[in-house]
Design a protein around this ligand. Structure first.
Ligand code: THU
Length: 160
């Protein structure tokens, strides 16, 4: 038996103003997407914004349903929108943020497990790593250079 370790490298920023101009723009777009969240059940708003290789920014927000399991996460809404409208463009980065009705979120919000799986597939699909930028309503920003670092041992087409 051999023990192995997986390490993940990421950057932490204290202020949005420390990010590159385009990353700042992406975080602002994700925050703007919060207004389009349809979340009457959880009241928890999630906003995402995607940067495409042609420079376009595509927004997404969580879209809930009275049949709860039909709820769509903001990240997957944004990815589906981007890949439907611009199927040929690579996805370079995604910013994610959230707003809770009960407390200010002061920690970087991270994509759920299902969204991580979809982010990994999207990287494979476009043969392009996707930078993931995470921030709560306020507070530090975490940037990870590839979605795969968020999901070690992810499932992909090689297993099929
Ligand atoms: N949600 C997202 O939009 N993204 C995530 O990565 C986690 C959760 C949404 C789903 C649901 O509408 C609400 O947040 C509460 O779980």
């Amino acid at each position: 038996m051999k023990k192995h370790n997986i390490s993940t490298s990421f950057q932490i920023f204290d202020q949005v103003s420390e990010l590159t101009d385009i990353d700042q723009k992406l975080v602002l777009a994700a925050k703007d997407a919060l207004k389009d969240s349809y979340s009457p059940y959880s009241k928890f708003k999630v906003g995402a914004a995607i940067l495409l290789s042609n420079g376009e920014i595509i927004k997404g927000s969580n879209q809930e349903n009275a049949a709860y399991t039909m709820c769509l996460c903001a990240e997957r809404v944004a990815i589906a929108a981007a890949d439907s409208v611009y199927p040929k463009e690579k996805i370079i980065a995604i910013a994610v943020t959230a707003k809770s009705p009960t407390k200010p979120i002061d920690k970087p919000i991270a994509p759920c497990g299902a969204c991580r799986q979809v982010l990994c597939e999207t990287e494979n699909k476009h043969n392009q790593s996707m930078k993931v930028i995470m921030q709560g309503e306020v507070g530090q920003i975490v940037i990870i250079e590839t979605a795969k670092d968020l999901l070690p041992f992810h499932f992909d087409a090689e297993f099929l």
